[in-house]
Design a protein around this ligand. Structure first.
Ligand code: NAP
Length: 454
């Protein structure tokens, strides 16, 4: 246990930072370099959580403390496979932990999905969170929009589309996103689940806040609840497996069933028992969405009904799950979009362990679970890494930064992030034209690097 360890972590989101922090606590004789392809740290929190979710964004504060302490050294604007290779890792570190998450959209293989106006939710999230590698503008031209999926990402997308952007101005919403949303002509956002209301993957807080969005009426359809048993117990006829969370969500939706519409300028509709069949198009553009109505087949399963419905919409967002991206030279499971691993130890296609390579977070287990879940995930990976210490190969080279400098990589570091952070906060404070703004996020990569390295 006394070996001095050098470990690289790829991905400076919550998964990577939690892993680094747990490792440092379990094996204090360690140096950890944390790399990210983005110039700023915090991954999913900065680029995946909706701007109007300050409670979740607040996790940044504890991640900040973990990095500020100094053992984990942050280096941004460094892309694994381009700026830094597996060979470099082998020369400079005992081990590497991949914590690169999952930021692509899962595919939905239905006709018309490629039409203009059909989008992946992950791309839209990257746009509204100001990801530097995404376009600065988003075509918000639809009056009626379909959002496919009944998970929290579908709720985020639907809420951001329906909400009046002035109600998000106090957050870290980028300036271009505020302007884009301000000009949106949207009146109706329809969220579609392929199963019934008892099979939603929303969480209670996120569901409840929908009903609290100003100037937006929530519309639910009585026919979607017709097949369900008693009013409060409709999550499960026998009451089995019904958690307090389910009961809260049943109460919220039952309240919406009884609520009078207020005549608000925007409506957010929740539809259930709608399986996506085809995105309909005219002149290459989305003009509608076709569904087959499904029926309850028991135990959460659905059956076909042969009844089809079409809705006039001019944009479709599929929020049916994220998918991980393959990393050069690292065994990848194409089916599940994860790095092949056994408890976080990376294995080849025959299940054989590859010394010194580990994975944690969504790229290890797939894109499910809340941010807090990555902690227990990291515990498992780190416990395995620590028990492997004697098998890890000693590195032969000193600082990897020399190599990055030789390659002309304009990496950012912790002091650079502190400067960028201050800069964004000061831009927010300087904007006195509207409400008090938390910060104005810098969205241009070159600008982020320039401010960080100044
Ligand atoms: P998710 O929770 O897995 O939801 C995916 C949804 O897509 C499910 O309703 C699923 O339906 C549906 N779906 C999948 N394939 C489909 C298909 N072919 N046709 C129609 N519908 C399909 O995933 P997510 O929304 O991407 O969220 C990922 C994780 O991040 C979750 O753990 C989520 O809670 C978390 N998150 C949390 C927040 C927050 O504010 N707390 C925000 C965003 C994300 P079935 O159930 O029928 O498969």
């Amino acid at each position: 246990m006394s070996k001095h360890l050098k470990v690289a972590i790829i991905g400076a989101g919550p998964a990577g930072i939690y892993a680094g922090n747990i490792l440092k606590n379990q094996h204090p004789d360690v140096e950890i370099d944390l790399f990210d392809s983005l110039p700023a740290p915090y991954g999913l929190i900065r680029y995946g959580v909706a701007p109007d979710h300050p409670r979740i964004k607040g996790i940044v504060n504890s991640l900040h403390e973990m990095l500020a302490e100094g053992t984990i050294r942050f280096y941004g604007n460094v892309t694994f496979g381009t700026d830094l290779h597996l060979k470099d890792i082998r020369e400079h570190y005992h081990a590497v932990i991949f914590a690169t998450g999952a930021i692509k959209d899962a595919q939905l293989d239905i006709p018309g999905i490629e039409l203009d106006g059909s989008y992946g939710a992950a791309d839209f999230v990257s746009w509204y969170d100001g990801h530097p590698d995404y376009p600065r503008t988003w075509p918000l031209v639809a009056k009626e929009v379909a959002v496919l999926g009944n998970g929290n990402v579908a709720l985020d997308v639907a809420r951001v589309l329906a909400k009046l952007p002035d109600d998000m101005l106090s957050t870290d919403i980028p300036a271009n996103v505020y302007e884009g949303l301000k000009n949106s002509p949207v009146t109706d956002v329809h969220v579609f689940g392929r199963r019934g209301p008892s099979s939603i993957k929303f969480t209670p807080i996120e569901l409840r806040e929908l009903g609290e969005v100003k100037d937006v009426d929530i519309v639910v359809y009585e026919e979607d609840f017709a097949a369900l048993p008693g009013k409060d117990s409709w999550f499960d006829e026998d009451g089995e497996g019904v958690t307090n969370q389910h009961k809260v969500m049943a109460r919220i939706m039952n309240e919406w069933r009884e609520r009078e519409l207020t005549g608000a300028p925007r409506r957010l509709h929740l539809h259930f028992w709608h399986k996506p069949v085809e995105v309909l198009g005219t002149d290459g553009k989305v003009s509608g969405m076709k569904f087959e109505r499904t029926a309850d087949a028991g135990a959460g399963a659905i059956s076909h009904t042969g009844e089809f419905r079409e809705y006039n919409v001019q944009a479709v967002y599929r929020a049916i799950g994220y998918f991980g991206s393959e990393l050069p030279g690292i065994p990848f499971d194409e089916k599940y979009g994860v790095i092949r691993n056994d408890g976080g130890r990376v294995v080849d296609e025959h299940g054989k362990r590859i010394t010194g390579i580990y994975a944690t977070g969504w790229i290890k287990r797939g894109p499910v679970g809340l941010i807090g879940h990555t902690k227990s995930d990291a515990m498992e990976t780190i416990a395995n890494l620590v028990s492997d210490i004697e098998t890890l190969v000693d590195p032969t080279e000193e600082s990897v930064l020399t190599k990055l400098i030789e390659r002309g990589v304009e990496y950012t570091d912790w002091s650079g992030w502190l400067k960028l952070n201050e800069h964004e906060l000061s831009l927010g404070a300087a904007d006195t034209s509207h409400v008090e703004r938390e910060r104005v996020k810098v969205v241009d990569r070159d600008e982020m690097v320039r401010v960080s390295r100044d």
